[in-house]
Design a protein around this ligand. Structure first.
Ligand SMILES: [Zn+2]
Length: 144
């Protein structure tokens, strides 16, 4: 295990992703991550983790489109082949489902991307105060 692996283990990925999915702070899991539908708080109200380093950009929208497309395309094929509904009925069902699923997934995927960035100490997240916390001492074998 390299020294950088030890540093990354201080911020485990799976809890950070889950906290992002629940739209809470990836550091403490208590404070809210988003102050409106997609706007991030500047810092956590509980643990003061700084969120200004987050750079989600187009990532959440891209992943949302990817997931919704991969869910809706087979569903559209299945509904058309199996039931042959009236085109207007098919369009209405698929449009409402697509929009609803996108609106549900977008803030959760944004939280997951911010949680991923926090966990991997991307951008400015490495400079946050907890990054300076003492690391676990590990006895590394002497270099051969
Ligand atoms: Zn927090």
């Amino acid at each position: 295990m390299r020294q950088t692996d030890i540093a990354q283990d201080l911020r485990p990925l799976k809890p950070a992703l889950w906290r992002g999915w629940t739209r809470t702070c990836p550091n403490c899991g208590s404070g809210p991550l988003l102050k409106s539908y997609l706007k991030l708080h500047s810092s956590c109200t509980v643990c003061k983790q700084d969120f200004t380093a987050a750079r989600a950009d187009d990532g959440p929208a891209y992943v949302t489109i990817l997931l919704v497309g991969h869910i809706m395309a087979p569903l559209m094929h299945f509904m058309f082949v199996k039931f042959r509904p009236d085109p207007l009925v098919l369009f209405t069902i698929l449009a409402v489902t697509s929009v609803g699923l996108s609106l549900y997934l977008l803030p959760r995927l944004k939280g997951m991307i911010v949680g991923f960035q926090w966990s991997r100490q991307m951008f400015g997240f490495a400079d946050s105060p907890d990054a300076e916390a003492p690391r676990a001492e590990v006895d590394l074998p002497p270099a051969a």
